[in-house]
Design a protein around this ligand. Sequence first.
Ligand code: NAI
Length: 340
Amino acid sequence: MFDTKAYDKPSFEQYGSRNDVEFKFFETKLTEDTADLAKGCDAVCVFVNDTVSDKVIDRLYENGVKMIALRCAGYNNVDVEHAYGKLHVVHVPAYSPYAVAEHAAALLLTSVRRIHKAYNRTREFNFSLSGLTGFDLHGKTVGVVGTGKIGRIFIDICRGFGMKVIAYDAYPAKDSGIEYVTLDELFEKSDIISLHCPLTDDTRHMINADAIEKMKKGVVILNTSRGALIDTEALLEGIKARKVGAACLDVYEEEADIFFEDRSGHILNDELLSRLISMPNVIVTSHQAFLTEEALNNIAETTVNNIRSFFDKEGICDNELCYRCGNIEHCKKERKERCF
Ligand code: NAI
């Protein structure tokens, strides 16, 4: 298991030992230089910032590895096409949509009620309320982009606060009782906008200067999905122009070399992120929305099941990413046999 963090180990050790899967934990990320560590292993378990390129795949294959077990949903860091015929690729399609939706709600409340400011103040015995005025969520309009598993839970949470919900999805859910609008309409009408769609060629930089231009003054933008949904420079300009009232970001488009590590003793070589973090109305968390005990247990359980079912039951695993027909996600749902 590469890129192992302290919080990964307990659940993987627990589910592994219960199911006769022995893990070797490495803190280093999987790269061309570290691929040989997997020699003698049947599978490698990787996360979002491990590199599973063509060269790494060839090296793993030469070393006798048979499977890449992603302990996350996204697989944009894996050359699935190159792996075809060599290594089987499995992933964890869902682990806790509640974790992510609840984190989005936590960020929203923190931001609009200035909890992050109040927390720092009272720690220094500063009990002044000046500058802490928030606004009621009740009666505000929230625009939700992407009404899949996470988006719908976030919608339920918002309804609990008495907010009016409008939504945009490229594939609207039928009979869901959700009021769908066009993306432009959502930009124009929302007091709060929350992103819950995947990162694709269509959605990259969906929040750009044009989109921000259409939004209400003071709009609050939440992103717990993928960093590159937002053009960060345009967001910063929107904040500086006082058009965007607040931004809550659990993801950042250049996060790969920054997030998940303690960089507190170092100079941060990212002007955009530094500038954003310095803003009083911006809250950044480092891709932690998934990080609950429930989610970690589900990730470990599903990963161990993926590995076990592949090596036990004639190699059929429901969560295999099948490259055979090129239609990775769809094929996965239809398939009754191995990808190759
Ligand atoms: P999902 O697949 O259940 O829902 C995604 C929704 O987006 C679907 O309804 C789909 O129709 C819609 N969609 C697809 N293309 C679209 C487009 N062009 N415009 C608008 N909507 C579009 O996925 P789920 O589980 O709800 O996850 C949503 C996203 O949350 C993931 O793609 C991932 O990027 C992010 N995520 C973030 C985590 C974190 O720790 N911050 C953890 C897990 C997921």
